[in-house]
Design a protein around this ligand. Structure first.
Ligand code: PMP
Length: 404
């Protein structure tokens, strides 16, 4: 095989389709977030970030950066090993205790990322529970899809957020057969939220375990901010809560929380937990400080929701095609990969606004979009600028304003 030309041809195809990924080179600074410095063509520009998953700005918060800096100073940079071989520091233990208490579960287990938490947990349960069948929402994240695939357990895909369809599929199996239902609370590209209680009703009826990914919800929903399951009062009906510390918590790492035996089982059999160096202790300390802050400050969540609702309302008033999101995510439909990239480029180069285009395969073809994520730190002046800039880009590119 001509490897070189094969790689080049495949990359050219991506470029031709307008979905070759170009990274925006950013220098995020604690003193100016949500503004940042953009390095482009050998120059620097002051830009405002409107697509960060540091949803609450906690990655820039002195409570978090201070805890990380102090811990690095006192305990060093890396963990020094896997959790089993010298890589469990007291900061890891404290963080797992904090996570378990936050989610009102007996135990929690941390992983190096949310991706690894999903992959490892689903793979381990699918491989280790005899005859397990996994029921997976049609729009589940790639990390869950890969976890199910690598488990080699039979899988059934139910229609997105559709408990009736789930019920239909579960009914094909005897009640005694082991089953697991995997789904998300907030779906990050459309901003819709799962009917968790209804899904639990169906899962309980058929004796299935429930696995809920709250990656786009922790820190942001519920009185204490532990997610939509808390907000909806259904935490005790979820067997495994999975989430990340890389988004609203502002650090990195993933975790699961659940009953002590279940968590101990994944700890004891999960290859993606066992055979890798654990998170740096400074990150564990920073994540814990962030969670404690988020837990205690519900007003940040109130402000966050208000910012998202205000932005949606203002864009809709101007007939900009905001998609039907009920969460903090504000997706604006473009519907074409090349046009979506042009819109993003124009926002950056003409208006110093950074919103990454979202293309296939992250979203279906024909639904390419700008995914805007306001934080509590995006004030009215920044929002005025965004709204005016979007209007200018929409009219410059002739994008249909009533499309959504
Ligand atoms: N689950 C969902 C729904 C996600 O969107 C993501 C990341 N975007 C992950 C899991 C993986 O989390 P992490 O970024 O911590 O690896």
């Amino acid at each position: 095989m001509e490897y070189k030309s094969y790689f080049a041809d495949r990359l050219r195809d991506l470029r031709d389709e307008g979905r070759y990924r170009v990274f925006c080179d950013l220098e995020r600074r604690t003193d100016r977030f949500p503004k940042a410095i953009n390095h482009r063509d050998g120059k620097t520009y002051d830009v405002t970030i409107w697509c960060s998953n540091d949803y609450m700005g906690m990655g820039m918060h002195p409570v978090v950066t201070g805890a990380i800096a102090d811990t690095v100073q006192a305990c060093g940079s890396g963990a020094g090993g896997t959790r089993n071989i010298s890589g469990t520091t007291h900061h890891h233990v404290l963080l797992e205790d904090e996570l378990a208490s936050w989610h009102d579960k007996e135990a929690a287990l941390i992983f190096t990322s949310g991706y690894v938490a999903n992959l490892t947990t689903l793979m381990t349960l699918g491989q280790q529970i005899p005859d397990l069948v996994i029921f997976s929402d049609a729009l589940n994240h790639n990390s869950m899809i890969e976890g199910v695939r690598h488990s080699r357990a039979p899988k059934k895909i139910f229609k997105h957020n559709d408990p009736k369809d789930l019920d239909r599929l579960l009914s094909e199996y005897p009640r005694a057969q082991p089953k697991l239902v995997a789904f998300e609370s907030v779906y990050s590209m459309d901003g819709d939220i799962a009917p968790i209680a209804d899904i639990c009703d169906v899962a309980e009826k058929h004796g299935a375990l429930t696995f809920l990914d709250e990656v786009h919800a922790v820190g942001m929903y519920g009185e204490q901010g532990s997610g939509v399951a808390e907000r909806d009062g259904v935490v005790d009906r979820i067997d495994i809560i999975q989430a990340t510390m890389g988004k609203a918590i502002g650090c990195i790492g993933g975790y699961i929380a659940g009953d002590a035996d279940l968590v101990d089982f994944v700890r004891s059999f999960g290859a993606g937990f066992i055979f890798t160096t654990s998170l740096p202790p400074g990150i564990a300390a920073g994540a814990r400080a962030s969670i404690q802050h988020l837990r205690a400050h519900n007003e940040l969540r109130v402000r966050h929701q208000e910012r998202a609702a205000t932005l949606k309302r203002r864009l809709r008033e101007l007939n900009l095609p905001v998609m039907d999101s009920v969460s903090h995510i504000v997706p604006v439909l473009v519907g074409d990969a090349a046009l979506c990239k042009q819109a993003s480029d124009l926002l950056l180069t003409r208006h110093n606004i950074y919103v990454q285009p979202i293309n296939y395969p992250t979203v279906p073809r024909g639904t390419e979009r700008l995914r805007i994520t306001p934080t509590p730190l995006h004030d009215d002046a920044l929002m005025d600028h965004l709204v005016a800039s979007l209007l200018d880009v929409w009219s410059s590119l002739g994008i249909n304003q009533q499309a959504a």
